[in-house]
Design a protein around this ligand. Structure first.
Ligand SMILES: [Zn+2]
Length: 76
């Protein structure tokens, strides 16, 4: 966040570029179907609810669904 706040954000602001922040913690460990958190033992994420997918796909789905913070506000 320090790099973003002190370097990237001011530069983007000067150049009228919109920035988005997404927190990626636990995105590949959270089931996109039921929300249960479980660490994948290998490349395949298998939830107890039955959802199964490659863990990178699980992470991408969860990142896509996260709210976006632009440094000033939050939106869905
Ligand atoms: Zn699940």
């Amino acid at each position: 966040m320090r790099l973003y706040n002190h370097t990237i954000r001011p530069s983007c602001s000067r150049n009228k570029v919109t920035t988005l922040i997404k927190i990626v913690a636990y995105t590949s460990q959270t089931c996109p179907y039921c929300g249960q958190r479980k660490k994948a033992k290998d490349q395949t994420y298998q939830c107890t609810c039955g959802y199964t997918a490659h863990r990178d796909r699980v992470g991408a789905i969860n990142i896509m669904r996260q709210p976006v913070a632009d440094g000033n506000s939050l939106s869905a």
